[in-house]
Design a protein around this ligand. Structure first.
Ligand SMILES: [Fe+2]
Ligand SMILES: [Fe+2]
Length: 200
């Protein structure tokens, strides 16, 4: 991450979303390629990278929101029954549902990877069952995350720039960095490569 952004919580949160979008895109696309008989072992590194991101970075991102951002936003609310308070609650419910789905998608992906063929043709019969489950779960993840991130970026994150002082924003960013340091992780904004493998 660019050193000038390490104290910008909005940038850090949105960068995590951009990376997540790309990984989800790659998972859905890999499922489609396998389904049309054009997927093979060359997709495994991409699947593994996406799974690792979901397991580690996304879990830390959810903690950033639930443990660092939301309590600070709630502290600014005058009405605990407001629409904004409801949105925060809704986002946290999503996180619980998504964590469960991610767990299942990880298991389905590992089952699929164990059956991945070395060559894409002929379409492999033995990946059919794990593939059905994998595709169903990653499509569901994609759908829920798309609306989840839209609500966060449209209705919640803009408040960071409006209601926090520069000092409060710096404290929020520092807490997010400390969370990574404590978990042996770090922020990255290296672009994740979107799968360009054609299904045509
Ligand atoms: Fe979230
Ligand atoms: Fe988020």
């Amino acid at each position: 991450m660019n050193a000038t952004h390490i104290d910008d919580p909005l940038f850090m949160l949105v960068a995590a979303h951009q990376q997540l979008r790309t990984h989800l895109h790659n998972l859905v696309r890999a499922g489609r390629l396998f389904a049309v008989g054009k997927g093979d072992f060359r997709l495994v590194p991409q699947l593994s990278q996406a799974l690792k991101f979901l397991q580690t970075d996304v879990a830390l991102h959810a903690r950033d929101e639930e443990d660092s951002l939301h309590p600070r936003l709630r502290g600014k609310l005058r009405d605990p029954q407001s629409h904004f308070a409801y949105l925060l609650q809704h986002i946290e419910k999503d996180h619980a549902e998504l964590a469960e789905l991610q767990e299942k998608a990880g298991e389905a992906a590992r089952a699929l990877i164990r059956q991945v063929p070395l060559e894409s043709f002929p379409a492999c019969e033995n990946i059919k069952q794990p593939l059905v489950e994998f595709r169903q779960l990653v499509n569901q993840l994609y759908r829920i995350y798309t609306s989840h991130m839209l609500v966060e970026e449209r209705d919640i994150f803009p408040a960071i720039q409006v209601i926090f002082t520069p000092q409060e924003r710096a404290e929020l960013a520092a807490e997010m960095c400390e969370r990574r340091a404590a978990n042996g992780a770090r922020f990255t904004v290296e672009p994740v490569v979107r799968s360009g493998i054609s299904i045509d």
